[in-house]
Design a protein around this ligand. Structure first.
Ligand code: UD1
Ligand code: UDP
Length: 383
């Protein structure tokens, strides 16, 4: 009997980053793979599953409108508890820092199932920012058996917290595997406005926002800043695929109404989003995943946060942390639009987060953990 590995995921970014690992497990001849979706997200998760052709074997369907953190946690743990009473995989995989991750790790741990944590060791060193993700990551670290750290920085964070070096493997981030295989397809946009924009050759600023700690006043200020930038730069086209969270939409969208050079869309399917990323001149975001993808395409990224658990691209000069202050957002975008030397220093393509082989390294490390194979070279060893 082959060991059964159970990837558990629930939100858009987890799905994107788990997809290459699921593909690698499905082609492996040493493992069986049983895929579990918690359904913490619905439309945004289904979009990714459809793109990568993943049909979860089990879907806990936990999403509720305006859900609270405790509700996601308890519904997920209850669902997994029932599942693990019926069937016990040889290991579960969780990815990242969402509430699905902590719930998945806890439920598995309580059933004495080994937990493999992908994207382990990211730390902002501020327990309350990003909230609740920094706590989710640290809690998951405590109960994981294998820590797949994307970079040597994240490995060092784990070592500093006393994690055994033998239980850590540096894989690169699986988001780069997903990005590289997706962006090259240059898929058509389903919205004709975006196809027209791509043909026009206009400068594009791509914007995403959703972080819980930015919701409310900070996000309203971001909305006002985007509107001011649009008015001051009529030749610039701003594209904002809006997160499904109504709290986000209510905060950021009212200020953008009636401005011809702002296109607000539904969340873009991953293929379309990565194409828009490759067309963009500037990226303004508070997303974790976008901070990892944009540098790899050589796009300057202004991050609307005060800290980051992803310092590698900041050190490389491609990412700048600017917070959410309205004036600062306007000033930093204006500087990139007007100061070509500044733009050129930030527009360097760098790949600190991966080389496209993270899923392969992850599955090899799982094989070693379960004594059915050996690890391969780590990410960065030949850099
Ligand atoms: C969650 C994660 C966050 C991650 C983000 C990625 C937690 C605590 N937060 O935040 O770490 O960065 O996903 O996007 O785990 N909604 C829909 N349809 C969807 C998705 C969301 O309608 O497909 C709405 C629902 O009303 C839902 C709300 O958005 O209640 C918030 O979703 P939730 O998963 O709780 O929080 P996110 O802000 O998406
Ligand atoms: N993304 C997408 N469509 C969109 C916006 C983002 O496919 O309209 C992708 C993006 O390429 C990245 C991921 O979603 O891989 C980031 O998700 P999000 O910002 O929701 O979460 P975070 O990474 O901050 O946890």
């Amino acid at each position: 009997m082959r060991p059964v590995i159970m990837p558990i995921y629930g939100t858009r970014p987890e799905a994107i980053k788990m997809a290459p690992v699921i593909a690698e497990l499905q082609k492996s001849d040493v493992f069986d793979c049983k895929v579990v979706s918690t359904g913490q997200h619905r439309e945004m998760l289904d979009q990714v599953n459809n793109l990568f052709g993943i049909e979860p074997d089990i879907d806990l369907n936990v999403m509720r409108p305006n859900q609270g953190l405790c509700g996601i946690l308890t519904r997920t743990i209850d669902g997994l508890d029932e599942l693990f009473k019926e069937e016990k995989p040889d290991a579960v995989i969780v990815q990242g820092d969402t509430t699905t991750v902590t719930a998945g790790a806890m439920a598995a741990f309580y059933h004495s199932i080994p937990v493999i944590h992908i994207e382990a060791g990211l730390r902002s060193h501020d327990l309350f920012s990003p909230f609740p993700e920094e706590a989710n990551r640290k809690l998951t670290t405590q109960i994981s058996s294998l820590h797949c750290a994307p970079t040597s920085v994240s490995k060092q964070n784990l070592l500093n917290e006393g994690v055994n070096a033998d239980d850590i493997v540096v894989t690169g981030n699986t988001v780069i595997d997903a990005l590289l295989t997706t962006v090259e397809k240059q898929v058509p946009f389903s919205d004709p406005q975006l196809e027209e924009l791509a043909a026009s050759g206009k400068q594009v600023m791509l914007v995403t926002t959703h972080r819980r700690e930015n919701q409310g006043d900070a996000m309203r200020g971001v909305g006002r800043a985007i509107a001011r930038i649009a008015k001051a730069n009529p030749e610039l086209q701003i594209v904002l695929p809006a997160h499904k969270n109504p709290v986000v939409r209510e905060a950021v969208l009212p200020a953008l109404e009636g401005l011809d050079n702002i296109i607000v869309t539904e969340p873009l399917a991953y293929g379309e989003f990565t194409r828009m990323l490759s067309l963009a001149h500037i990226v303004l975001t508070d997303s974790g995943g976008v901070q990892e993808e944009a540098p790899s395409l050589g796009k300057p990224v202004l991050v609307m946060r005060d800290n980051t658990e992803r310092p590698e691209a900041v050190d490389a000069g491609t990412v700048l942390l600017i917070g959410t202050d309205e004036e600062r957002v306007v000033d930093e975008v204006t500087k990139l639009l007007t100061d070509s030397a500044h733009y050129a220093t930030m527009a360097n393509a760098v790949n600190p987060y991966g080389d496209g082989r993270a899923a392969e390294r992850t599955v090899a490390a799982i094989a070693e953990l379960l004594k059915v194979g050996k690890r391969i070279d780590e990410f960065g060893t030949n850099a």
